[in-house]
Design a protein around this ligand. Structure first.
Ligand SMILES: [Zn+2]
Length: 140
């Protein structure tokens, strides 16, 4: 069901966008989830909340279905946990291959959910993991 749009409620950036003056209504938008390829709907009612209450930029579109968005959010939380643990005990974790590879895998998974690549973190983890492999070889 279409909903009336109230561009006065948008963020300033959204109001500055060309679309603002033309937008009188939101209408349901069908899309395909980028992760699981299921058909999904960005409803007019949801758009009204996203743009007018949450003040997201008017150009922002949904790319994940609801289930994948929640899963992606869980991955994000786990990455935040890794970062917190890392900040607390770098010295120990720098030698913990299981921790480092789990963190690396989470970063790759997060990217598949549409997150921007965190190249700095991935490079650091790869270097640390290579060093551990080198240490193992040395021990043998
Ligand atoms: Zn999905």
């Amino acid at each position: 069901m279409p909903r009336p749009a109230d561009p006065r409620q948008w963020s300033e950036q959204s109001q500055a966008a060309v679309a603002a003056s033309f937008r009188t209504h939101y209408s349901d938008k069908a899309y395909r989830c980028r992760y699981c390829s299921k058909d999904a709907l960005f409803s007019a009612a949801e758009q009204k909340i996203v743009y007018e209450v949450k003040k997201a930029h008017i150009g922002v579109q949904r790319v994940l279905c609801g289930a994948c968005w929640r899963d992606g959010h869980v991955v994000e939380q786990k990455i935040a946990d890794c970062e917190a643990r890392w900040a607390e005990s770098k010295q120990v974790l720098a030698h913990d291959a299981a921790f480092l590879s789990a963190w690396h895998a989470l970063l790759l998974l997060h990217q598949r959910y549409g997150a921007r690549a965190n190249s700095a973190a991935k490079n650091m983890l790869r270097k640390l993991l290579n060093r551990i492999v080198g240490e193992d070889v040395h021990i043998e």
